[in-house]
Design a protein around this ligand. Sequence first.
Ligand code: 6GU
Length: 225
Amino acid sequence: MRVDIISVVPDLLNSPFAHSIMKRAADKGLLEVHVHNLRDYSDLRNQQVDDYQFGGGAGMVLMCEPLAKAIDDLQSRYRYDEVIYMTPDGKTLDQRTANRLSLKENLLIICGHYKGIDERIRELYITMELSIGDYVLSGGELAACVLVDAIGRLIPGVLNDETSALTDSFQDNLLAPPVYTRPAEFRGLKVPDELLSGNHKKIDDWRTQQALERTKARRPDLLQE
Ligand code: 6GU
């Protein structure tokens, strides 16, 4: 998968993809992330990319021209499956959407900043608008990192048996069961007998039961779906 990201703060987007599972995805040739500085597409003095909003009001808006120029340039070179705008008024990202996007070849992600981007860019170019939750961030960059991480780990071949996504929380609308490692007893707290039993059926049943109980207690909304 190739992911292109357009941002006015490209430095925010570098380190998250250079470690751990995202790094392994890149090393295996399964995920390529390319970050583009919106200012490189400005024809104005000081590489200006934002302006005051019509109608007045606090906060700057990312202008049409640099964004259109950046997207046109990238679209002339790659055929994107989705052009995604990260915005708090988008659809909230969930595991189902991450699963679906992980099967795409080329994604273009636009990060807003300040008050966001000119509405006409949304009308003309954007095919999908995503939020990562009901709170406001200073810009779309951290949200884009969250999105690429959530998608990247699901790309076929990125995870192995040890890191398999099949047992993640949300993968079947259930939270994951508790996990334990050595020692078998820590400060008087024991690992549940079922997990030490060596009986795979017993272990699976215990995990399913715990996942159900945990979901019922913490996220009953997931069980309604
Ligand atoms: Cl995608 N962007 C911003 N600026 N804030 C957010 C968000 C996105 N998702 C939640 N809050």
